[in-house]
Design a protein around this ligand. Structure first.
Ligand code: G3H
Ligand code: 13P
Ligand code: ZN
Length: 309
């Protein structure tokens, strides 16, 4: 069933679990995520960045997601724009049937971020669509946003409260030490749970979103490197920390890098072990299976969203 995130977030806040938001770029990724959600009996958010939309094209994305919804009518599925860069992109997604959009004004100053977010909220709400906004800066590389690690700015709890009150956004992405990509920490992984708790105290009814939350699963990195890859020293947010975040009021956890690693590991292994293989189904089938395993693991063992349909 195609839904907004409203009801799933309400349940997540009442029962203390998080919902995975997984980035989609093609058919195999969509199938793997939704099949995993069906097996885990978990609600799920499929999200597409503006570069994913450019790559796959919005009509294809929507039709493939419609097919997934038809195949698994029992699974609550939200379609979300990830890191919407401007009003026009958010509007295009809303007009094409997305049930949720993110407007990422974190690259702007506080007042400009509020102004842009308000504009998107006004349009989205008039169409029954919900809005995620972002306050604070994640270290790393986002779509059109490049913030060096030294520039990373944790979300200020008082500002978060003012931001939500003034914009009317439905959920808020915060910066507590995560970052996008496969290189999140140089030394020990560290998240500012104290900031998360203070934010949650000030805005207890606003679902909180964690971006840059891939685990960078060591086994997958190892497979990639073993079969010709070169991604040394990759490091993500350990499962235990994500589990803690899920129980402390984080309602949405964004995952892209772990899906990329799953797909690449599956493909690399076939290429290395069977150099004569050239039927794409030969390497995309195990790649899809690995993505499904990764997603199901998170739903069942980390986010606590299984059996929450
Ligand atoms: O946060 C960014 C997501 O991983 C999407 O990345 O813009 O390369 O599709 P992308
Ligand atoms: P990762 O790079 O940690 O998977 O984060 C993805 C993300 O935040 C998408 O918005
Ligand atoms: Zn993100």
């Amino acid at each position: 069933m195609l839904v907004t995130t409203k009801d799933m977030f309400k349940k997540s806040m009442e029962e203390g679990f998080a919902i995975g938001a997984f980035n989609v770029n093609n058919m195999e990724i969509i199938q793997a995520i939704v099949d995993a959600a069906a097996e885990a009996k978990s609600p799920v958010i499929l999200q597409a960045s503006s570069s994913a939309i450019k790559y796959a094209r919005i009509n294809y994305l929507m039709k493939m997601i419609e097919a997934a919804v038809e195949e698994h009518p029992e699974v609550p599925i939200a379609i979300h724009l990830d890191h919407g860069p401007d009003f026009e992109t958010a509007k295009m997604c809303i007009d094409n049937g997305f049930t949720s959009v993110m407007i990422d004004g974190s690259k702007y100053d506080f007042e400009q971020n509020i102004e842009l977010t308000k504009k998107v909220v006004e349009y989205a709400h008039s169409k029954g669509v919900v809005v995620e906004a972002e306050l604070g800066k994640l270290a790393g590389i986002e779509d059109d946003v490049n913030v060096s690690a030294s520039d990373a700015i944790y979300t200020d709890p008082a500002q978060a409260q003012e931001f939500v009150e003034r914009t009317g956004c439905d959920s808020l992405a915060i910066a507590i030490g995560t970052s996008h990509g496969a290189y999140k920490f140089k030394g020990e992984a560290k998240l500012r749970f104290d900031i998360l708790q203070e934010i949650k105290q000030r805005i207890p009814n606003t679902p909180i979103v964690l971006h840059g939350a891939s685990t960078v699963i060591p086994e997958l990195v190892e497979i990639c490197n073993k079969y010709g890859g070169n991604i040394p020293g990759a490091k993500g947010v350990p499962d235990e920390m994500l589990k803690q975040a899920s129980t402390l009021g984080v309602s949405k956890i964004n995952v892209d890098t772990d899906l990329r690693l799953s797909m690449t590991a599956g493909i690399r292994k076939v290429f290395a072990e069977e150099p004569s293989a050239f039927d794409p189904r030969k390497y995309l089938t195990p790649a899809r299976e690995l993505i499904k395993e990764t997603v199901k693991h998170k739903m069942v063992n980390v986010f606590g969203s299984s059996n929450k349909i």
